[in-house]
Structures are given as C-alpha cells and as structure tokens.
Design a protein around this ligand. Structure first.
Ligand code: NI
Length: 181
C-alpha cells in the first residue's frame, strides 16, 4: 500500500482517454485499488480516478462519510467502479461548487445532470449497478470525466465562478457582510 503522487492540471496524462480493464482480481489491479484508496484518504478526497495517479485505466473510486473538504455533503457509498457506463435519468442540471485533487486549492461552479444510472464492475469482477442523484451523482460524473480526459474547469459555464478557494471564501464573506447577514 502506498500514497501515490497526484498529477495536476497541465500534465498531458490527465487529458488521455483511458482504456478498459481486461482482467479482474489480479494482484496488479488489487494493488492499484489499494493505492488509490490510500491516496484519496491522504488527500481527503471524495473520489479518485486512476489517470490522476498516472494509470490510464477506466478505474474510479469514490465515497464520502464525513469529509472536511465537503462539510455539507450527504454521504456517498464507498465504491470501486471499473469500466463504468451510465445513462442520464434526469437531464435537468444542478450546479454546485466542485474541487479536484488535480486542481488543488481551486473551486468552480459546475452544472451536472441531476440524476444518473451507472453500472460497471468492482475489482473482483462483481457487477455494480446503481441509480444516483444529488452529491452522489455529481461525484460519479466528475470521476467519469477523468476517464475521458475531461477536468471540471472544462465544464464551467459561468467563468467568474472559478478561482482559488481562499479568494472565493473571502469574497463570499464580504458579500454576506454587505448583505448584513
Ligand atoms: Ni477530480
């Protein structure tokens, strides 16, 4: 087990389309999953995709119990998802602030589908199939994008709602003071 370095935006490996996993329950795959959980935990992440540690495979993990980076987030089941597919269950969008371990220190306001159904396999080859909405659906869509070389800044529509978290928090506090809140 090991915490692996996380690639940051600008590294071209984050922009590649990752390839499917062909064999389940191998020592290599199980070691990758273990390293991904160690890496995600060390960074207080809500999810991690294999290309973020330089492994171009369609593997993602996610899960939130309580997370200091997302204090208001509802719980998301701890999940290993390999070769995922999804369909949109509600094509209305809901926007929220996202961060990414590959875009450290920054947040952006990103529209996502409200509800999706996803399926794939865990590392042992067992099928995983779920419907997700709310933060669960957001985390899934964010991690899925990593497998296609897409990062959340690509999805931002309101470009003024993107910046360093410290500046955004300071601006929000000033706005609250002006409003007398
Ligand atoms: Ni990310």
């Amino acid at each position: 087990m090991a915490v692996r370095p996380i690639l940051r935006i600008g590294d071209p490996r984050l922009r590649e389309v990752s390839r499917p996993v062909e064999a389940f329950d191998t020592p290599e795959l199980n070691a990758l999953i273990e390293d991904m959980f160690d890496t995600m935990a060390a960074a207080d992440g809500a999810g991690l995709a294999a290309p973020q540690i330089g492994v171009p495979l369609r593997v993602m993990i996610f899960g939130v119990e309580s997370n200091p980076r997302y204090p208001d987030a509802e719980p998301v089941p701890t999940t290993v998802l390999i070769n995922p597919e999804y369909s949109v269950r509600d094509d209305s969008t809901v926007s929220g602030w996202e961060g990414c371990l590959s875009v450290p220190g920054m947040r952006g306001y990103v529209p996502r589908y409200r509800a999706v159904a996803y399926k794939g396999h865990d590392q042992f080859g067992e099928p995983v199939e779920r419907e997700a909405d709310g933060f669960h659906a957001v985390v899934f869509q964010h991690e899925y994008d990593h497998l296609d070389g897409v990062l959340y800044p690509d999805r931002i529509v309101e470009c003024d709602k993107f910046g360093f978290e410290e500046e955004l928090v300071a601006a929000a506090m000033q706005a609250e003071e002006r409003a007398g809140a």
